[in-house]
Structures are given as C-alpha cells and as structure tokens.
Design a protein around this ligand. Sequence first.
Ligand code: HEM
Length: 206
Amino acid sequence: MTSLRGRWPGWLLALLLVLPLAGLVVGLLKGHLGVNPVETLTHVTGEWALRCLILCLSMTPLSRVTGWTWPLRLRRDLGLWACGYACLHFSVWWLFDHGLDPASMLGDVLKRPWITVGVATLLVLLPLALTSTRAMVRRLGGQRWKRLHRGAYLAGVLAVLHFSWLVKADLFEPLLYATILGLGFLLRWPPWSGRRGRADTVRAFR
Ligand code: HEM
C-alpha cells in the first residue's frame, strides 16, 4: 500500500493538472474565453490531453535514465488525466459542433480523416483508463495487462498525428512531441531495457 507521504507526487500533479480545467470553468462562467469560447474549450482540452499523454509515456524512459522510481508511480495518474481531458475535448466537439446528434457526429468522423484519428485515439485510451486499477491487473494477469497497456504508445502516435494534421504553420510543437515519443521508444528497445519491464509494472502500483 502506498503511504500518504508516498502519494504526494500524485496529489501535486492533480493540483497542477486541475488548473487548466478550473481556468476553463471560471472563464466560461465569467465570459472570459474570448470571441470563440467553443474554440478555446476545444483547444485547451485537446492540448492538455496530448501533454498528459506525452508526459505519461515519458515516465518510464525518465526512470530508466535517472534510476528514480517516482516517475513510474505517476504514469497511471497522467494516463487518467490524459483520458479525462480527451473525454472533455470529445464532449465539447460532440455537444457544440453536433448538438449531441450521433448521426451528424458519425458523418464528420467518416468525412474528416484527422477527426477519425482523434476518435481512434480516444477509443485506444478508454480501455486503458478502465483497466488501470490494481484489481484489473490481477484480473487480466500481468502479461495480458501489459500487452493491453502497450496500446498507450499507439495512442501517443495517433494523438501526435491528429495534432500534426491540424497545425499548418508552426511545426515546432508536433515535432517536439514526436521527438519525445521517438526517444522514449528507443530507450524501451529490448537490448537496452532487458528485464526491467516487469519490475516497472510492479513498482508502478507500489
Ligand atoms: C475523441 C475524438 C476527438 C475529436 C472529435 C477531436 C476533435 C478536435 C477538434 C475539432 C479540434 C480543433 C481543430 C481546429 O482547430 O480546427 C481538435 C484539436 C486538437 N485535438 Fe482533438 N479530437 C479528438 C481527440 C483528441 C485526443 C484523444 C487528443 C489528445 C490525446 C486530441 C488532441 C488535440 C489537440 C492537441 C488539438 C489542437 C489544439 C490546439 O489547437 O492547440 N484530440 N480536436
């Protein structure tokens, strides 16, 4: 069981990651979200979903390079925050762009490939969030759970693709995220990673 003291990185993270959401709620209530509040809601939730996902995928490489174990314990929280912001992002789009109409939403998903990629990202993230508990690790068994959670890399690649599709001029941010993902993949490559993968899964739940 993680002691109360051992949980402080998670609490600190929650405190920091709730700020953009609080900013949106306050901005919405006070009418401070600019000339196009829906656009602001879509952009802020999308950006934070992507940032949390990239941070989540960077925790194992960071732990491997530094030997620190605290990044492993933040992976689950970061993944849940990524999924939470992604669900909000999706809800804003479905509510404001399609008035919650499933047929209109589906039409858009089929018509615009970058939207298809966004939806695919969310569909990969959701089962990971739903199986992120200790009880689900036990139920699925360590190996199956790990195989399923490798989907997080796929979600990372899809999310960067979705973002890159939208960016027309300044490619700095998508390139930065793609580089972080690429370095993370390299650091996880079997010749370097050895047998550490299983130990990392165990540590993440301590
Ligand atoms: C669930 C399905 C999704 C839909 C329907 C969707 C839709 C959208 C839309 C409509 C925009 C605004 C495009 C514009 O500026 O014209 C957007 C932007 C964005 N989305 Fe998504 N998205 C989805 C999933 C995701 C996911 C899962 C992530 C990340 C994990 C993500 C990250 C982003 C980012 C980073 C932006 C750009 C924000 C900015 O302009 O700064 N999206 N998305």
